[in-house]
Write a protein that binds this ligand. Structure first.
Ligand code: NAP
Length: 264
């Protein structure tokens, strides 16, 4: 599989360049990043020159290297338009960039199917985080009172995190299936926002501080007991096995898939 990395000079993009280059089944064919067109990818990988370019324009890169898969870690503001372009060109797309709405994902699914191009949107590529979400959904019918605290570095653009929203969705689905609900929240806020944001029956609190990478606690309250699942991504390397796996499997999953758990 020939892989192009969109957002190649970013914090995630640089790790993806290295992970793809180091994998024996994948071939790194280039990167895209508007401020770094013309440079060799090795400048962002700490290796000797690889004769593999960064392009400033996505379309230009696609025409030049004809990738089978594009991995996208860019910004929420541009991901939808870029994803439409990539799928229309018949290229599979692995998306880590957050911010796509459900309606946008549905539209991308239709575009992808029409052009035989598959798309994975994964709010979290870390295998531990995927397991945290699965476990949270399994526990939810037994512990319907649950809140999420997600903690990220202070340069993250969006809140709450895509992982927290997906965790809440999986918990809500499991609770609905088991026909259980959280107890009524009797607290009245004296400061707006003090009780966090609601995704249906689950409350999410977002912490943004320097020092953090990506962390999440799912806290279940029970009868005189609490149960906490915590996941910590200690560096961006934690996302790489999931990204590499996604590049290899994407050709087998038609349309748009939401969440890496479907590929495991
Ligand atoms: P980052 O360091 O800001 O990197 C984003 C890169 O994209 C920058 O180099 C930026 O260039 C570049 N860019 C901006 N516009 C572009 C365009 N039109 N075409 C190509 N590249 C463009 O951010 P990051 O920490 O790597 O995170 C990127 C995204 O991934 C965020 O949405 C983040 O929430 C998400 N994320 C997801 C996961 C997951 O597991 N799913 C994990 C970590 C992060 P400039 O700096 O020149 O603007």
């Amino acid at each position: 599989m020939k892989v192009l990395v969109n957002g190649a000079a970013g914090k995630m993009g640089r790790e993806v360049l290295k992970a793809v280059h180091n994998d024996t089944e994948l071939t790194l064919v280039g990167g895209v990043d508007p401020s770094h067109g013309g440079k060799d990818v090795s400048e962002f990988m700490g290796t000797s020159p690889l004769d593999c370019k960064i392009y400033s324009q996505l379309e230009e890169a696609i025409e030049a290297v004809h990738p089978d898969v594009i991995v996208d870690f860019t910004t929420p503001a541009i991901i939808f338009e870029n994803a439409k372009l990539m799928l229309t060109k018949g290229i599979h797309v692995v998306i880590g960039t957050t911010g796509l709405t459900e309606a946008q994902r549905q539209e991308l699914d239709s575009i992808g199917r029409a052009h035989y191009a598959n798309c994975l949107v994964a709010p979290n590529f870390s295998l531990g985080a995927v397991m945290m979400m699965k476990t949270a959904a399994e526990l939810a019918p037994y512990f319907p009172d649950v809140e999420i605290i997600e903690l990220h570095h202070n340069h993250k653009y969006d809140a709450p995190s895509g992982t927290a929203v997906l965790t809440a969705k999986l918990i809500n689905d499991a609770k609905q299936k088991a026909n259980v609900k959280a107890a009524e929240d009797l607290t009245r806020e004296s400061l707006p926002g003090a009780r966090g944001a609601k995704v249906d029956d689950v409350t999410i609190h977002s912490v943004r501080l320097p020092g953090y990478v990506a962390h999440q606690e799912v806290i279940f309250g029970g009868y005189d007991e609490t149960l906490v699942i915590r996941h910590d991504s200690l560096s961006r390397l934690s996302f790489m096995p999931g990204v590499v796996l996604a590049c290899k499997k994407i050709k087998d999953f038609a349309g748009l898939t939401y969440g890496l758990e479907h590929y495991l």
